[in-house]
Write a protein that binds this ligand. Structure first.
Ligand SMILES: Cc1cc2nc3c(=O)[nH]c(=O)nc-3n(C[C@H](O)[C@H](O)[C@H](O)COP(=O)(O)O)c2cc1C
Length: 228
């Protein structure tokens, strides 16, 4: 499964089978976590066989059942780290999908007190991603029209439309899809096309922005543009 196929196949899954992650899957994910931390300065932790954060026993968190594995995405305070959390977290989500796993981003519906993670000085828990063998594969979300999230003056290249389509398949908090991609023609012959990605202030909109940026890169092809 390619990353683009993973983008199409992925939906949030909140109920999981009672089955530990295979050893080789854990090793692959851990290597990807190490790489992401190195590249981003985040402190992402893969936690396995830990049912407490999602309500072992009587407590239930939203529609979540059977969650024993998660990524705890920790890092510095501020909006920049939130966007990085989205970008590198979604890269892990798509990798997990290619490994036959399912995922769900989680901002609220877990016990922060029960969750296992370590913080270095100046760090905080930014967000979590639940992970495991899904009881189902989930279902496609409703999407806003591409015209609501994309702006381009002049001709719209196919790669830009493909990037926007991939972004619209991305998970966003409460499926809010509050982001905007703007194509900026260079004006000078031979200069690369630029794309500006923005999000308004709001709940988790910076994490969402990082997530949709990652999808846009996969859909559009990184070789076709530079970020403005
Ligand atoms: C930043 C972020 C935070 C989220 N927080 C929660 C959460 O606390 N509880 C929950 O059940 N789903 C949460 N979700 C999952 C979204 O509801 C879901 O991604 C959205 O409805 C789109 O559906 P899809 O992921 O199946 O495409 C979150 C998603 C994102 C991106």
């Amino acid at each position: 499964m390619t990353e683009l196929e993973a983008i199409v196949a992925r939906h949030s899954v909140r109920q999981y089978e009672d089955r530990p992650l295979a050893d080789d899957v854990v090793a692959t994910l851990q290597a990807a976590v190490d790489e992401a931390n190195e590249a981003s300065g985040l402190h992402i932790q893969l936690v396995t066989n830990e049912p407490g954060a999602f309500g072992k026993g009587l407590a239930h968190y939203g529609k979540f059942r059977g969650v024993s594995n998660y990524f705890a995405i920790c890092g510095p305070k501020g909006a920049e780290a939130e966007e990085l959390a989205g970008y590198y977290g979604e890269k892990l989500v798509l990798l997990a999908q290619t490994l036959g796993l399912n995922t769900c981003w989680v901002a609220l519906t877990f016990s922060k007190r029960a969750a296992h993670f370590e913080l270095a000085v100046g760090e905080r828990l930014i967000i979590m991603i639940a992970l495991g063998y899904g009881a189902t594969q989930g279902a496609a979300h409703r999407s806003v029209d591409a015209s609501k999230v994309a702006r381009a003056d002049g001709e719209v290249p196919e790669w830009f439309a493909n990037g926007v389509a991939a972004a619209l398949l991305a998970p966003t908090a409460m499926n809010q899809q509050r982001f905007r991609f703007t194509l900026v023609h260079p004006g000078v012959e031979g200069e690369p096309m630029r794309v500006q990605a923005t999000a308004p202030r709001g709940i988790q909109t910076k994490v969402d922005l990082g997530i949709v940026r990652y999808h846009f890169e996969v859909g559009a092809g990184k070789e076709n543009f530079i970020w403005a």
